[in-house]
Design a protein around this ligand. Sequence first.
Ligand SMILES: [Zn+2]
Length: 267
Amino acid sequence: MGLFDVHAHLTDPRLAAQESDVLARAKERGVTTIISNGLNPDDNEAVAALARRSELVQPAFGLYPVDAVLPAMLAAGVDYPRDGEPCDPEAGVAWVAEHVSDCVAVGEIGLDRYWVPEPHWEAQEAVFRKLVAIALDADKPIIIHTRKAERRAFEVLQEMGAMRVDWHCFGGKLKLARRILEHGHYLSIPANARKSESFTRLLQTAPRDRLLLETDCPYLGPTRGELNEPANVRVTAEYAAELWDTDVRSVQSQVESNFERLFGFAP
Ligand SMILES: [Zn+2]
C-alpha cells in the first residue's frame, strides 16, 4: 500500500535544488506517487523531464490562473510578485492542448480573484474554460486552484460537465465544500490540516470516499518556517487516523481507493 501527494511543486527551485533527498525522504515515509503540478509552459516542461527521471513522479500540466492573465495585468500596472518573464496565455493553453496525452491530470488550473483584479476576471475565465475543455476532450482529471472564486469555478465546472475533479487546498465555505463533494468531486487535504479549523472539520464530516492527500509543497508546511515536501502527506494521514479513530493503514487504504477512482490507476 502506498501514500501519494496529488499536488506538489517539485520543480520549485527550493525543492529542485535537493531533488534526490526530497524524493528519498518521500520514499522512506511510504510515498509511492507524487503528482507534480505545472504552472506554465516552462514549468510543464520541467515537470515532464522530472517525471521521466523519477518513477515516483507523475506529471500534471497546467496554467496557473494568475499566469492566465498576467501579461494584461502587468500592462495595466497591477502589482504581482513574480520572478521572470510572464508567459503568453494563448501559448500556455496551446502547450497543454499539445501535450495533454502525456499527463495524468490537467492542473493546476482554475480561477484566482485574490491576485487578479476584476477587469481581468472575464479573460481568466475564458482561459479556464479552454483548459477544462482540453481535459474533458482527453478524458483527464482536473486539479483545481481557486482563491476567492470557489463558487464561480464550481458553476463553470458543473456547466461544462466536468466530473473528474480534485479541488486543491480548498479555501471556500464549508457549505460549498459539502455541495462540491455531494456533486462527486474530490478535495485534497494539505499537510497543515491540523492547524486549520476548516480542514479539521472537513476531515471529521466529509464523506471519506471523496478525500485525497496533498502538500502543495514547498508551500503550506506543517511546521512554520520549514520547507514543505511530499513526505509530509504522512502527517495528514496520521491526523486523519486520529480523527477517524482508526490506524494509518485504514486511512491509506481509503484514500488509495479514492485516488484510483479519480485518476484511473493505483498510486
Ligand atoms: Zn499549487
